[in-house]
Design a protein. Structure first.
Ligand code: APR
Ligand code: ZN
Length: 387
């Protein structure tokens, strides 16, 4: 069938055998194997994945950087797009054939958090790195041919031709949108643009510093540019990131290794006392401190987007907050996925955010190990895997 989607009338309610990239242990090469994918249960959706890209969070999980993430065998991957193959009992808003993007931070719509305007957390389907099974019955929907269960990852597990997710973690996308570029809304772009729009609420004419110019940092740049920020300083230890950065809103670049003094001093000098907003997109404690000190006293705001490995503590003395600087973290750019992502997707289709720029490489799914190496080597922003 078109897009490799098997005929749903033949697969609905049945186990599907398909290919997935399995992680057997920390840092061990991905092995493409046949797996069995159970039908979706109550309030679940089974998706035929068409595209998946690789985010730094997949890299950290693969390397086993966080104890919470050490569960094997496991199917990683959380940035993807695809077509619904079938839905479980009770799913009303999604049907087979819908074009969808899975989200690792779901929105059930019913819990205390979903009903609260102030947060995009969700009690049932919010992001949870400790979760390795489905919330319904505490079981996995994946198994090896021998029957051994395979663990889920971040509510999504997209390194598989088919995956099963909570319906709270599925966002329906306009069928006219390019699924390939919409993949980026699944994590990196929404996280970065959303942090600039929903969390910092960047104002026109303001100054911004972004630490770490991967997809997340570049998405912050796109978001800040779209909001009319006039100075957007990109900080990265890999100078190869600056060319792409300049194409995506970065107006000034700093490589910390080119200076004896700390970066925050350079930034304060460049901006008459500090930037209005800084964004930490590297997941490094020392970088977070620099980001914090780069903002202007009195009103500077630092947003944490990077995932920091335990057991690091916030690299600040509480008294340093008496300068009037504020620090906050953001999950999924503050977007309530199900209710707000379709509109964000529309804005992207209208060109408010340039999605194409993020895709630097494309490879067949089978070359997933090569794709990880591109990210490790700092060569790719996003490598799109075609399933
Ligand atoms: N100072 C500045 N930049 C740094 C530093 C540093 N000390 N160390 C690393 N970087 C840069 C890297 O060179 C790279 O360009 O941070 C960037 C990180 O980008 P990616 O690895 O592509 O990661 P990305 O997918 O953008 O995710 C960024 O958000 O989702 C989390 O876990 C993820 O912490 C990671 C962050
Ligand atoms: Zn991610």
């Amino acid at each position: 069938m078109e897009n490799g989607l098997r005929n749903p009338s033949e697969t609905t309610g049945k186990v599907i055998t398909c290919k997935a990239a399995i992680t057997w242990g920390p840092g061990e090469p991905f092995v493409i194997e046949e797996v069995r994918v159970d039908p979706p249960q109550k309030m679940e959706v089974r998706i035929k994945i068409l595209f998946t890209s690789i985010c730094h969070t997949d890299l950290s999980a693969w390397q086993g950087e966080n104890e919470a993430q050490r569960a094997y065998p496991r199917i990683l991957g959380h940035e993807a797009s695809g077509i619904v193959e079938s839905v479980g009992e009770g799913v009303m808003d999604i049907k087979k054939g819908d074009h969808v993007v899975p989200i690792f931070n779901g929105e059930c719509g019913d819990c205390l958090y979903c009903k609260c305007e102030k947060t995009n957390m969700c009690e049932r389907a919010g992001v949870n790195p400790f979760m390795t099974v489905m919330v319904n019955d505490g079981k996995s929907r994946f198994s090896c041919k021998e029957g051994k269960p395979i663990f889920h990852f971040l509510n999504t597990s997209t390194f598989s031709e088919y995956t099963v997710v909570e319906s709270a973690c599925v966002v329906k996308i306009d069928p006219d949108a390019s699924l390939k570029t919409m993949t980026l809304l699944s994590c990196g772009v929404s996280t970065g643009v959303g942090a600039a729009w929903n969390i910092a609420n960047v104002k026109a004419g303001s100054t911004v510093a972004i630490f770490g110019l991967g997809a997340v940092g570049l998405a912050v740049a796109e978001g800040a540019r779209a909001r009319g920020a006039t100075k957007i300083i990109g900080v990265d230890i890999n100078p190869n990131k600056f060319t792409k950065g300049r194409a995506m809103g970065i107006t000034d670049t700093i490589n910390p290794r080119d200076f004896e003094k700390p970066v925050h001093e350079c930034i304060r000098e460049m901006t008459g006392g500090g930037v209005d907003y800084s964004f930490e997109c590297a997941g490094i404690s020392e970088v977070l401190r620099e980001a914090f000190l780069s903002t202007h006293e009195g009103w500077g705001l630092t947003v944490i987007l990077g995932i920091h490995t335990s057991p690091k503590m916030l690299p600040l003395h509480p008294m340093e907050l008496f300068t009037g600087r504020v620090i906050i973290a953001s999950v999924f750019g503050g977007f309530k996925g199900k209710t707000q992502l379709p509109n964000f997707a529309k804005e992207c289709m209208q060109g408010v955010v340039n999605l194409e720029e993020f895709i630097t490489h494309e490879l067949p799914f089978e070359k997933i190990n090569e794709a990880f190496q591109l990210l490790i080597d700092g060569k790719s922003v996003r490598c799109m895997l075609h399933l």
